[in-house]
Structures are given as C-alpha cells and as structure tokens.
Write a protein that binds this ligand. Structure first.
Ligand SMILES: O=C(O)[C@H](O)COP(=O)(O)O
Length: 206
C-alpha cells in the first residue's frame, strides 16, 4: 500500500510580492502565484500523482492553490477539508510591516530569530512552537489516519504551518528546523512506512 502525503506551500501571494509579514492576513495570490500553483499541479500530474482528499487552511491563498492544483489534475470533485489549524503562523504586531523595514528597525538578527527560531514568538504573535502546538494535533488526528488508510493526501498550506509538520516528518529539532525554507508552489512528496516514518521524500522543484 502506498502511503502518500504531499505538502505544498501556496503560490506567491500579494504580500509575498510586497515583502510584507502576512501571517493570518487573508491575501490573494498574485498572477505568478496562480502560475506557480498550476505548475505544481502539472508536475504532480507528470509523475502520475493524484489525490483522494485534500486538507487546506482557512486562508484563501492556500485554498486557491489547492483548487488550482486540483484543476490541473482534473480532480475538482474530491473532498477538500479546511481548518484554521493549518493557517500560517500568526505574525502578531509584525503583520503588514515590510520585512526589510523590520530588519532596519530591529536588526537582521532579531528579525531572523522571529522568523526562523523554534520558540521565540514575534511580539503578539505565534512562535513555530506555538504553531506546532496547533498544527501537529490536527495532523495526527485528522491527516495522518487518512494516509495510513492508504488515501493519497494533499496538504496545501503555508510556510510555517508546513515547517511545523516537516519538523516531525523529517525528525528535525529546534537546532535544525531554522535552516528549513519552503519555496512557494513547490510540492514535497512523502511516502510513509507502516510505522509512519518517512521512506522517501522528493521535492518537486520547478
Ligand atoms: O506570513 C508570511 O509573511 C510568510 O508567508 C511567511 O513568512 P516568513 O518566511 O517570514 O516566515
């Protein structure tokens, strides 16, 4: 039995383009983001990958991405489940600020700590640890059981909610997770073993 789990970060959003901290702000995909999502669908199709169920967040950039991927696969009728547990990390008071302006104001190192450390939260927002605390229970309860039943599962979500899942799948820790960066619209294809460990991981780069 194939236990297939594909993680895909949404395509470029308006606020990715403007270089603004986005978090829970509900922004649209750019034209490039739409193209990236369609191209991700095409790359999956070329490899013969299709899905039985899709999980996404409550934010339209992820929902639109999954819709476009499913259109490319000719699978618009499959079950799509959305949940806030898969939302981007809440960037709190940084939301809407330009990332370069923030570096000028608080320094490169502090901004990097807010963006990539495991347990330091941006002011008023969520750390990656906080994001793990909501995304991981949802994964274990709702997503993983489907994979283990042999359903082919797509999760279309966000840079940091997916880093939370990758931390567990790739057995990373608070020292190694800061080095993980996810590009927009690049699917990560996992095959899991019967004990839920990863047998194979393939990154479908453009
Ligand atoms: O919410 C955001 O600003 C981005 O989608 C992810 O941002 P990051 O790469 O700064 O964590």
């Amino acid at each position: 039995m194939d236990r297939l789990l594909v993680l895909a970060r949404h395509g470029q959003s308006d606020w990715n383009l403007k270089n603004l901290f986005t978090g829970w702000k509900n922004v649209e995909l750019t034209d490039l983001g739409v193209q990236e999502a369609r191209a991700a669908g095409q790359r999956l199709k070329q490899r013969g990958i299709g899905f039985d169920v899709v999980f996404t967040s409550d934010l339209m950039r992820a929902q639109k991405t999954c819709q476009l991927i499913l259109e490319e696969l000719g699978q618009t009728n499959i079950e799509v489940i959305h949940d806030q547990a898969l939302n981007e990390r809440d960037y709190g008071d940084l939301t809407g600020l330009n990332k370069d302006d923030a570096r000028q104001r608080w320094g490169e190192e502090q901004v990097h700590i807010w963006r990539r450390s495991y347990d330091v939260a941006p002011p008023g927002g969520e750390s990656l640890k906080d994001t793990v605390a909501r995304a991981l229970p949802y994964y274990v309860t709702n997503i993983l059981p489907r994979v283990m039943q042999g359903q082919r599962v797509l999760v279309a979500a966000h840079g940091n909610s997916l880093r939370a899942l990758i931390m567990v799948l790739d057995r990373l820790n608070s020292q190694t997770i800061p080095g993980v960066e996810l590009s927009t619209g690049v699917p990560l294809v996992y095959k899991l073993d019967a004990d839920t460990s990863v047998i194979e991981k393939t990154i479908l780069e453009a």
